[in-house]
Design a protein around this ligand. Structure first.
Ligand SMILES: Cc1cc2nc3c(=O)[nH]c(=O)nc-3n(C[C@H](O)[C@H](O)[C@H](O)COP(=O)(O)O)c2cc1C
Length: 193
């Protein structure tokens, strides 16, 4: 059991996307608990439209090979040094979770399921943050590449909505600016003078 350290408000307002991981491994049990707790995300009809392919520990080497193949253009032509530079963003996280959503043929359900899987992903990021694990939700173009999907076992009628990277970091990134509340909230019935 991971001990809770942050209030919900603290977790939401202090979380940052981590883009520079320090290479420290992530404990499989902690990551699994995060992925399990996150399932209490709201989802219409309790369809639980998500599934996850995770990689941690011994699975990582094979995943790095796949990420090299699909995520580094013309990697065979690069010097060892340039390849290592390009692979840094893939090999420094200590864990991965690919969030996969069912694509319902009905438009309303498809949008609902996409929204629910996004709630699930946000839960994952906040729970990881609470456990001291940084994360970043990434959507590199190769997540829609049929060969990459095959390698992950993604079926027809499913879509990868995010590649979540997990790990530890040495520097907390600065907060990205957000709009003030009066810039995105209007009162019902409010009209311009
Ligand atoms: C759907 C989605 C896709 C994202 N894709 C990427 C990505 O491909 N690469 C990346 O560096 N960050 C990606 N991000 C993270 C955003 O860059 C990050 O959330 C944003 O800069 C705000 O920073 P913060 O999360 O620290 O507040 C993505 C976030 C979301 C929600």
């Amino acid at each position: 059991m991971i001990e809770q350290a942050l209030s919900i408000r603290e977790a939401i307002t202090s979380r940052r996307s981590i883009k520079n991981f320090n290479g420290q491994p992530v404990d499989r049990e902690s990551l699994l608990q995060v992925l399990d707790d996150a399932k209490w995300a709201p989802n219409h009809g309790n369809r639980e439209p998500w599934r996850v392919v995770m990689a941690c520990g011994k699975e990582l080497d094979a995943l790095y090979e796949l990420l090299k193949e699909f995520g580094v253009a013309k990697w065979r032509e690069l010097s060892e040094e340039d390849l290592a530079k390009q692979m840094k963003k893939f090999v420094t996280p200590g864990g991965y979770a690919f969030i996969i959503v069912k694509e319902d043929v009905r438009q309303k359900e498809r949008l609902e399921d996409f929204a629910a899987a996004s709630c699930y992903s946000q839960n994952v990021q906040l729970l990881a943050w609470d456990a001291g694990i940084g994360s970043c939700w990434k959507t590199p173009p190769f997540i829609d590449n049929p060969k990459f999907r095959d390698a992950l076992g993604v079926e027809n009628g499913e879509r990868i909505i995010g590649m979540l990277q997990f790990g530890y970091f040495d520097e907390l990134p600065k907060a990205k600016p957000r709009r003030e509340v009066d810039q995105f909230v209007t009162r019902f019935g409010q009209t311009e003078e």
